[in-house]
Design a protein around this ligand. Structure first.
Ligand SMILES: Cc1cc2nc3c(=O)[nH]c(=O)nc-3n(C[C@H](O)[C@H](O)[C@H](O)COP(=O)(O)O)c2cc1C
Length: 200
């Protein structure tokens, strides 16, 4: 009886604490794919997303690497002024929110709750299975223009990966910055510049 109670309590604690845990991503696949010129021809914004079909882990790993991964020992797929590397990307999915760790090729949990309703003011964004918040750190890069430039480079990398892989996307400036920053556990130096919805 006592044993049963302990097992039940443990199960309840696990259920209540949410099921999000850190994720080791597959190695990104860097070969093949559509030509750059073709991807540029297909780049566009879409605002209708399938509520069931998700990207595979391999696609997510490839997308995040393209967005802002390491393409050399310690440098990124985007340029940053003075190589300050002030951008972080956060992944918002039904299981919770994660920060992308490019060095470890992993997603580390920042919030184990479903925070999708904070991902944007537009309804499709709140229901989408994947949103990516592009966040800049003022302490690393105080110049807002340069911070915006880096975020724009991430944004376009996401657009191009999506175009090349026939996945839909739209970047968005419409979201409640304070509420989302809170849910992503950002510090006072971090600023969300864009949130990009990705999916089928
Ligand atoms: C900085 C920025 C903010 C944007 N914010 C939004 C937004 O909040 N909601 C939205 O639906 N689209 C947003 N967009 C997408 C634009 O509306 C879209 O890029 C534009 O209409 C051109 O369409 P295209 O991307 O298909 O060429 C934004 C784009 C940029 C660059």
């Amino acid at each position: 009886m006592k044993y049963k109670f302990l097992v039940l309590s443990a199960m309840m604690i696990i259920a209540l604490s949410g099921c999000a845990s850190d994720i080791n991503l597959p190695q990104p696949q860097k070969n093949g794919g559509m030509s750059l010129m073709e991807a540029l021809s297909k780049r566009k914004s879409t605002r209708e997303f399938n509520s069931e079909k998700r990207l595979t882990d391999q696609q997510l790993a490839d997308l995040l690497w393209a967005a802002c991964g390491l393409n050399r020992e310690d440098k990124l797929t985007i340029p940053t002024a003075l190589n300050k590397q002030e951008v972080s990307i956060y992944v918002i999915v039904p299981e919770g929110a994660y920060i992308y760790d490019a060095k470890s090729n992993a997603l580390n949990v920042v919030n184990a709750k479903d925070i999708r309703e904070l991902a944007g003011k537009q309804e499709f964004a709140q229901k989408a299975l994947l949103n990516i918040a592009i966040v800049s750190d003022k302490e690393k890069m105080p110049n807002d223009l340069y911070a915006g430039t880096s975020a724009g480079a991430v944004m376009q990398n996401i657009y191009l990966w999506c175009a090349a892989n026939e996945v839909g996307t739209v970047t968005r400036g419409s979201f409640d910055e304070d509420a989302l920053a809170d849910a992503l556990r950002l510090n006072e130096n971090q600023r969300i510049i864009l949130v990009q919805t990705v999916g089928y």
